[in-house]
Design a protein around this ligand. Structure first.
Ligand code: GLU
Length: 476
């Protein structure tokens, strides 16, 4: 439980923002302009369900319109409130700026427990919410482009896209009104895995620098590193899966709402995920050790901790007991500003949310571009690329024949080299490039300035500088 003496989520984001701007040379007016949330729209709408009218409360907050459209997910949760959507919208501004996704920041939420409703009921509710937002241009391909967040996914995005298209029958760009859609409804390959994939790429980039690892008291490769993940939802699951399957890391702990599983030999992520989807939680999972209090898994001795659930889960009540050397914030705002102070003091390195979970919005950006260009990535180049590679391979084989077959191309080189990149490969390459470049921009500030000793402040500095530059360019 979070300590009630701690600031709210929005205040916590502001404290971190303030710490960074204190090191900058912005005019007080511009500083204030960037800090404040431009607008938050609250809507209460009634839907006739189960024989009565049910009223729902929803929000869409726009933090900064220095670039348009503004971008950010829509969350379905009973915990949604104005403070939360405003904090999340601010983080979207900084996140988009840091990874150079050309958007301002926004976020939406609906107070609802999706598990309480049947699919057809959720569809009616979602369409009605989308109608309320679209009517005010809070869903619009060039103004405001939502995406999935906690409690929503491809299905909800498809309903939103369809609702918008019905209301704007002649808009040729209607599909670009929302991202995170299923592939057959204008989505892009690799969007579902994108945030988890981004976490993996972020860690890989961090591990490329000896100096950075040394700051966290780590060395070597990701292989064999002990990783604890909080929340095996879309983000946590994909991050854990990729790290264990592709990088050889050991998932030694998983924290879920109904308890935790710890296993020093490594948890089989796929098996645990299927257990959760069949049984609703981790309780009863046959392998590893079950912890009644899932939050205790966060305090396990490990190398890397990945909070991938709610905000504020690492706070004043548990920060002191966190043993991880490196925390990568896959969720938005998992570490409160108070906990951040404690952890920095302890020498824990934190890869901040605005960078760590930016994989989602990065691939959303690719989807939006795909929708506006009305063509799948790779469709024009793929076979041409293959034909050119074939030319090289033919030439090399002819040479080898002339030389009496004294050497040959390895068969797996041929298959790999000949294959032109499809959409998924291009998306992964674009995401990898984005994560590497953004990390490099942060570490330059982290190592380059004497007054910056953490990656979060570095991330804020890089990001706010870019937002400020675009306000200045606008003449503000
Ligand atoms: N909800 C995700 C986030 O917090 C994705 C936002 C988007 O793709 O626009 O970053």
């Amino acid at each position: 439980m979070q300590n009630t003496n701690e600031p709210s989520f929005r205040e916590s984001v502001e404290i971190m923002f303030n710490r960074a701007v204190a090191l900058m040379d912005l005019s007080p007016g511009l500083e204030e302009k960037i800090r404040v949330c431009n607008a938050t729209y609250t809507v209460r709408f009634g839907v006739r369900l189960r024989g009565e009218i049910k009223t729902f409360t929803g929000y869409r907050s726009v933090h900064s319109e220095h670039m348009e459209p503004v971008k950010g997910g829509i969350r379905y949760s009973m915990g949604v409130n104005q403070d939360e959507v405003e904090a999340l919208a601010a983080l979207m501004t900084y996140k988009c700026s840091l990874v150079e996704a050309p958007f301002g920041g926004s976020k939406g939420g609906l107070c609802i427990d999706p598990r309480e409703w049947e699919e057809h009921e959720l569809e009616v509710i979602t369409r009605r919410f989308a109608y309320e937002l679209a009517k005010r241009d809070l869903i619009h391909p060039s103004q405001n482009v939502p995406a999935p967040d906690m409690g929503t996914g491809e299905r909800e995005m498809a309903w939103i896209a369809d609702q918008y298209a019905r209301m704007n029958t002649t808009d040729i760009n209607a599909k670009a009104c929302v991202t995170g859609k299923p592939l057959n409804a204008g989505g892009i390959a690799g969007r579902v895995e994108a945030t988890g994939r981004g976490v993996q790429y972020a860690l890989r980039e961090f591990f490329r620098y000896e100096e950075d690892k040394a700051k966290a008291g780590l060395s070597g490769k990701l292989k064999g590193k002990r990783v604890v993940v909080q929340g095996l939802g879309n983000v946590g699951y994909h991050a854990a899966k990729f790290l264990s399957e592709e990088d050889g890391s050991l998932i030694t702990g998983v924290a879920e709402w109904d308890g935790g599983i710890v296993d020093p030999n490594g948890i089989d992520v796929e098996a645990l995920r299927s257990w959760i989807s069949e049984n609703g939680g981790v309780k009863g999972y046959p392998d590893g050790t079950y912890l009644e209090n899932g939050a205790l898994a966060l305090e396990e001795d490990c190398d890397i901790l990945i909070p991938a659930a709610l905000e504020g889960t690492i706070n004043l009540t548990n920060a002191e007991r966190i043993k991880a050397k490196l925390i990568i914030e896959a969720a938005n705002g998992p570490v409160t500003s108070g906990a951040d102070d404690i952890l920095r003091e302890k020498g824990v390195v934190i890869i901040p949310d605005m960078y760590a979970n930016a994989g989602g919005v990065t691939v959303s950006y690719f989807e939006w571009v795909k929708n506006l260009s009305h063509i799948r990535f790779g469709r024009m180049q793929r076979r041409q690329e293959e034909a050119r590679h074939q030319l090289v391979v033919d030439q090399l084989e002819a040479l080898s024949e002339t030389l009496g077959h004294t050497w040959d191309l390895a068969p797996d080189f041929k298959t790999k080299y000949l294959r032109g990149a499809d959409e998924l490969e291009l998306v992964r390459s674009g995401l990898d490039d984005t994560m590497r470049i953004a990390y490099q921009s942060m570490r330059k500030v982290w190592h380059g300035r004497d007054d910056v000793d953490d990656l979060r402040t570095a991330a804020y500095l890089v990001s706010i500088e870019k937002v400020a530059a675009s306000y200045r360019a606008k003449g503000l």
